[in-house]
Design a protein around this ligand. Structure first.
Ligand code: PMV
Length: 359
């Protein structure tokens, strides 16, 4: 498929007004996307677990307006006006207008809320952009023909234009985004559900997110991606991501947890190694991040429990482990790791099945 396939042909009559609500989950990458080209095209393919409880719910209320000169919208978070969200949404609307040509015909009220605490250091851009894309596409669906498969692909395509990793927040349980020679379905334009056999243990995986640092990040993802241009290790890193996807296929099929852990942790540390060797260099891990990682390693060696960590672009630690180890891992967190979490906070999540329509 090409970008042109997402440009709609003629519409029947536009709806006058109404509202639609979607809930979209966050996701955590196993193989990381870091570096992009052109219009939100990833420099390498990535693979993620879709999460379950960490999600954004967005209600889009729409009413047709007289003129269609400009975009018109207001955004609220938990019922409170959020004018500071407007520039990001304006940019998103500009990027997707070709694919949603009705945008300037409506005034939109965008009412959004996150299941995770505000400023928890968990990025809401993936779940937020996925939920908004689903609402807008649902509106298009009300006056145009589209089958479910096209709907899912286009929702992911639109979400990608809002925030790259958001394209992995439409479907579950594992989503791959970015062209990879071994997977014919893969594309840079949208995420696709992982099409190969996966051992049942991975469908039970838990993600306990330890909130090490809840403040604003010093360097945004956008800036970080940009620093991969001219990065001395960029070529090798992008090749490594391709290789890791090849390596993961038999590991996921066999349920080989030791091999899974080795790839996932190498990915997390490589992501941060890229940040630490960018020009200018930067560091998003905090002392608590490293203390937690060392304790996870010691615990795993001593107790032989298959728990590992991964990181996104921040200091928080995602602990990944099979459900059958939940009681003991949560005990370990209570006993040894909460001390490194800001206000002792952590979030219990698990692998999920993707976004859902609420109304
Ligand atoms: O989607 P963005 O632009 O916020 O970038 C996300 C980058 C990472 O979270 C670090 C990795 C990933 O693949 O999700």
């Amino acid at each position: 498929m090409t970008e042109k396939d997402f440009i709609p042909s003629d519409y029947q009559d536009l709806r006058e007004n109404g509202s639609v609500t979607w809930k979209a989950p966050s996701n955590i990458a196993l193989v990381k996307y870091w570096g992009k080209k052109g219009n939100q095209i990833p420099a390498n393919p990535s693979l993620s677990f879709t999460l379950d409880t960490s999600a954004t719910t967005t209600t889009l209320s729409f009413s047709k307006k007289e003129d269609s000169k400009d975009f018109s919208f207001e955004v609220k978070l938990d019922g409170e006006a959020k004018p500071d969200f407007a520039p990001k949404i304006q940019t998103f609307f500009e990027r997707v207008e070709t694919y949603l040509p009705f945008l300037k015909s409506y005034h939109f009220d965008i009412d959004t809320s996150n299941s995770f605490p505000h400023s928890s250091g968990i990025a809401s851009s993936a779940s937020g952009m996925a939920a908004l894309s689903l609402c807008l596409l649902d509106l298009e669906w009300q006056f145009s023909d589209m089958d479910v498969d096209h709907f899912d692909k286009k929702a992911s395509f639109l979400a990608r234009l809002g925030s790259g990793s958001a394209c992995r927040s439409i479907k579950g349980c594992m989503v791959q985004w970015g062209s990879h020679k071994s997977m014919k379905e893969s594309t840079d334009f949208f995420g696709v559900p992982y099409p190969y056999p996966v051992d049942a243990v991975f469908n039970t995986f838990q993600d306990t997110i330890l909130l090490v640092h809840k403040g604003q990040k010093q360097v945004s993802s956008t800036v970080g991606h940009g620093l991969m241009h001219g990065h001395p290790f960029a070529t090798q890193r992008f090749e490594q991501a391709h290789q890791h996807l090849d390596d993961l296929a038999p590991v996921l099929k066999a349920g080989d947890l030791d091999a899974f852990i080795a790839i996932v942790e190498r990915e997390a540390l490589t992501l941060h190694a890229m940040m630490m060797s960018s020009s200018p260099y930067f560091l998003l891990m905090k002392p608590g991040t490293l203390q937690i990682i060392e304790k996870i390693w010691a615990y795993r060696t001593e107790k032989r429990v298959p728990v590992c960590f991964t990181l996104d672009a921040g200091a928080n630690v995602h602990m990944l482990y099979p459900e059958k180890c939940k009681v003991e891992v949560l005990q370990f967190i209570q006993d040894e790791l909460v001390a490194h979490c800001e206000n002792g906070q952590y979030i219990c999540d698990q692998v999920g099945t993707g976004a859902v329509k609420i109304s």
